[in-house]
Design a protein around this ligand. Structure first.
Ligand SMILES: [Zn+2]
Length: 144
């Protein structure tokens, strides 16, 4: 523990933790000092409980940093989803365009009763030769 560490903003001055982490002298930016907090921690049961509760709180998992805030899917998003789906956009592409997850867009598209598009843009011929062959045979039969 260097003196520099004790000058950082997140050093717990004024608490027994500050004392434990090396701030044991009279030069402490906090009033009461870490040393005073340590002495109080040893002798003041209510203060001790308070400190322990604060420690437990600090140990709780926090929301992950860097996670984007939850976005709201507005009526405009719904309209855009409908438009883009009609233009043949895939859920993936719509999701990227609107800034929502693929699963979010897929679920909403399902709820809207719209069909899934599996390619970025509609193909001129979406049938495989095999499937088309069978369909043509079928059409041929039905027209006889
Ligand atoms: Zn201190």
């Amino acid at each position: 523990m260097s003196a520099i560490d004790r000058l950082t903003d997140d050093f717990p001055h004024g608490t027994p933790d500050g004392y434990d982490r090396g701030c044991r002298g009279r030069i402490c930016p906090s009033t009461p000092s870490c040393l005073a907090a340590r002495v109080r921690f040893q002798g003041d049961y209510a203060y001790r409980r308070e400190v322990l509760a604060a420690r437990a709180e600090a140990a709780k998992p926090k929301p992950r940093r860097g996670m984007p805030p939850r976005r709201i899917f507005t009526a405009e998003h719904v309209a855009a989803l409908r438009d883009l789906n009609e233009q043949g956009w895939s859920d993936n592409r719509i999701a990227k365009h609107l800034g929502f997850s693929n699963s979010n867009v897929s679920r909403r598209r399902d709820e809207m009763g719209l069909p899934a598009n599996f390619t970025g843009r509609p193909r001129k011929n979406s049938h495989t030769p095999d499937r088309e062959g069978r369909e043509q045979a079928h059409e041929g039969e039905s027209h006889v």
